[in-house]
Design a protein around this ligand. Structure first.
Ligand SMILES: Cc1cc2nc3c(=O)[nH]c(=O)nc-3n(C[C@H](O)[C@H](O)[C@H](O)COP(=O)(O)OP(=O)(O)OC[C@H]3O[C@@H](n4cnc5c(N)ncnc54)[C@H](O)[C@@H]3O)c2cc1C
Length: 387
């Protein structure tokens, strides 16, 4: 039998590993515990709203080259956002725009943000600056999903350096106009199927040894020459490998409101001085993102914030609240040093996932690049690429 690559977990890391191996001619078997691929990046039909919604609004930047190349290789749809992002201060109604050529902070602050900061937090390094409220704090929440008092200034500096190095193309934002599943996940699955990959939903890995994968009652033998990529969250890796990673996580809350009247919002609107952080409109759904969200979330309170912005009546419309309690790692200085590499004590078994050691915070980019790395290691093929 031809050696196979078993990929466990069909989030973006697992999909990337599977696709990288599949397009290189390897027989891939992809296993997923749920009935759907995409993991933390997925769409579903909400019965209450009777609309297809995403678990959370996702954006990708031009610096996320692994995601863009993966997307291109499968025919995904990533549509460019307006070149600058609009912001609104809910306290005083002030509006401003942030783009590669109009950053609302001076070079002194940018240089301070770019410096190496060791274990310091974003609040310790930038909390006293003029631009903290209107730029550094929203940037920190959006990029690191961690409150500035805890977020690592070193990781934020890394992202900022990558942005400045890449220039305007790196700042360019992209969204998924028809939704995460239709625009990103389904095109990858279609290519995998077309290229002979076997996809097994409702397969929850419960144990692994050198020669066997156990999915509850179902056993899959790992034959000689087969390799395995575990594209699973850290708490599942802890349970099957007794690895003890136990990394702290942060919540992201998304609220989707069925709009009572037509509203046009061409790109995401950043909100400052409110519980809501980002407002998106797609069709007749307005979606609010709250990063590093403190619970509970009161939908009426959030609608009360955004209804005037959208010029909508104050009566609370039908809505759905989605709280992803383990949306990303908490990007503080301590947990970052604990993000492991892709190898495991089991020969031929590798890890993938956004939470592994990476120059990037937990994002689609770190997930996809970790999947590519794991496929390269598993197949011993440094040349695997998406383009
Ligand atoms: C609300 C929200 C908003 C976000 N916004 C952005 C954004 O704007 N931009 C951005 O770049 N990133 C964003 N992210 C982060 C991004 O979604 C993640 O970094 C990425 O999806 C992680 O992919 P992954 O494959 O590493 O993990 P996951 O997506 O968690 O994939 C793991 C998969 O393994 C499966 N699984 C779990 N246990 C088992 C088991 N025992 N056996 C088999 N399968 C199992 C899961 O069901 C899942 O499908 C956001 C995340 C959330 C939650």
């Amino acid at each position: 039998m031809k050696p196979r690559l078993h990929v466990i977990g069909a989030g973006l890391a697992g999909l990337a590993a599977a696709w990288a191996a599949c397009r290189a001619g390897t027989q891939v078997v992809l296993y997923e515990s749920t009935g759907q691929a995409g993991g933390r990046c997925r769409s579903f039909t909400d019965p209450l709203l009777n609309r297809m919604i995403d678990n959370g609004s996702h954006l990708v930047l031009g610096i996320n080259t692994s995601v863009l190349k993966l997307g291109q290789s499968v025919g995904a749809t990533l549509s460019p956002l307006p070149p600058a992002l609009d912001f609104l201060d809910m306290a005083d109604g002030r509006r401003w725009r942030v783009g590669p050529f109009n950053l609302p902070v001076g070079w002194g602050e940018i240089l301070a943000a770019l410096m190496p900061h060791g274990d310091k937090s974003v609040a310790q390094t930038l909390g006293q600056t003029k631009g903290f409220r209107h730029f550094w704090n929203p940037l920190c929440l959006a990029v690191l999903n961690t409150r500035a008092e805890q977020a690592s200034a070193t990781v934020m500096a890394r992202v900022l350096r990558a942005l400045l190095k890449a220039g305007p193309a790196g700042f360019q934002g992209y969204a998924f106009p028809k939704g995460l599943s239709a625009d990103l996940v389904e095109p990858i699955l279609n290519q995998l199927r077309r290229n002979g990959a076997l996809i097994r939903f409702h397969h929850r890995l419960t144990a692994i040894s050198q020669h066997r994968l156990t999915f509850g009652q179902c056993i899959e033998n790992i034959e000689d020459g087969d390799k395995v990529v575990l594209a699973l969250p850290p708490w599942i890796i802890d349970s099957v490998l007794a690895s003890g990673y136990c990394l702290p996580t942060e919540t992201i809350a998304n609220l989707h409101f069925l709009l009572p009247l037509p509203v046009s919002l061409p790109g995401p609107l950043g909100l400052v001085g409110a519980r809501s952080h980002w407002l998106f409109v797609r069709g007749d759904i307005a979606s609010v993102t709250i990063s590093a969200a403190a619970l509970p979330i009161d939908a009426a309170e959030i609608w009360g914030e955004i209804a005037p912005v959208l010029a909508c009546p104050s009566a609370l419309p039908p809505h759905r609240v989605i709280v992803e309690k383990r949306a990303t790692l908490r990007h503080d200085a301590q947990s970052l040093t604990r993000r492991p590499g892709p190898t495991t004590p089991l020969p031929g078994v590798f890890l993938a996932g956004d939470w592994l050691a990476s120059p990037w915070p937990c994002t689609l980019e770190s997930a996809v690049s970790s999947g590519l790395t794991a496929a390269r290691l598993a197949l011993g093929r440094d040349d695997l690429r998406f383009s």
